[in-house]
Unconditional design. Structure first.
Ligand code: NAD
Length: 282
């Protein structure tokens, strides 16, 4: 079997067309969607992320406004910046660079952002909404992973789904979104004793571990649908957490890296920004 390639770029382009149309309507009534990005230090990955987000946002009429703080920023200084942005009626979304420097925890920022502007779903309120099944902001990578399934018409109902990774921004919320789609979900993580024994059960395999080629072809069930969020910089380019070439010989559908989850993550994030701007207008 050779898997169908799930084309994240094409799916993202569809979402961005909708975002561009909605953003144009808003600008027509003088509402200009803006997302702020708080950078902590000037690490190369953060700069790369900000540049990439800007490249996607500009053509759809969304401004990315950067705020640079030192990576040794105190909680109170970060709090001041976030609360200024939360109160600024010209700002629709607030993103904080992740992962955080070692001296800050998710708990430090989880209560600072106005939940209505928390376009990446990292606040306590939005996490609570997700787990209670109340509409709210969902972490964009997790949302992108399940929207990739949705856009291919893949129904989770009754399926065995396995998630590799339990981070608060990807693995854990993906598991919740799969439960909401009526899948039977197993969550694996770095302390899981036999990863392959679990992944081999997966009709839907969602991987977000941050470990290049962790999932090899012989860990994939025949006919599985594989969605890989991993982004790992290697000497010869970016690779995912799944050995794509080996897995595609076994799976029925698979996302490539790059060109799978990444573009859809940016697209759903910008859709959240435009939705927030629409609420501001209302
Ligand atoms: P993280 O480091 O916060 O979490 C990684 C998770 O993987 C942890 O729960 C850990 O227990 C688990 N894990 C690590 N090694 C494992 C192993 N050998 N077996 C089983 N589980 C293991 O990372 P994250 O923020 O969740 O990101 C995961 C990956 O997704 C990274 O490659 C990251 O770059 C990528 N990512 C992509 C996007 C995107 O837009 N595509 C966005 C965010 C993160």
């Amino acid at each position: 079997m050779t898997a169908a390639i799930i084309d994240g770029k094409a799916i993202a382009a569809g979402i961005l067309d909708d975002v561009a149309a909605r953003s144009a309507l808003l600008r027509g009534v003088d509402v200009h969607p803006v997302v702020s990005f708080i950078m902590l230090g000037d690490s190369a990955p953060a700069l790369l992320y900000a540049n990439r987000l800007e490249r996607v946002a500009r053509p759809v009429g969304i401004e990315v406004r950067r705020f640079s703080l030192p990576d040794i920023v105190s909680v109170s200084e970060l709090e001041r910046t976030v609360s200024t942005l939360s109160q600024d009626s010209a700002i629709d979304g607030i993103l904080v660079q992740l992962p955080l420097p070692d001296h800050l925890s998710e708990a430090d920022i989880g209560n600072l952002i106005d939940p209505r502007k928390d376009v990446d779903g990292i606040t306590v309120q939005n996490a609570g909404r997700l787990y209670l099944g109340i509409p709210g902001q969902v972490p964009s990578t997790a949302l992108a992973m399940v929207e990739l399934l949705d856009s291919c018409g893949i129904d989770g109902t009754g399926k065995d789904a396995v998630v590799v990774g339990r981070s608060k921004i990807v693995g854990h919320p993906v598991a919740e979104l799969l439960i909401q789609r009526n899948a039977t979900v197993t969550v694996t993580h770095s302390q899981t004793r036999n990863l392959a024994r679990n992944t081999l059960h997966a009709e839907i395999l969602m991987v977000a571990a941050g470990s290049p080629h962790l999932v090899t072809g012989d860990m994939v069930r025949a006919g599985a649908i594989v969605v890989d969020a991993g982004i790992n910089a290697q000497r010869d380019g970016i690779v995912g957490d799944v050995d794509f070439e080996a897995a595609r010989r076994v799976a029925s559908a698979i996302t490539p890296v790059p060109g799978g989850v990444g573009p859809v993550t940016n697209a759903v994030l910008l859709r959240s920004v435009v939705e927030s701007a629409e609420r501001r207008h209302e």
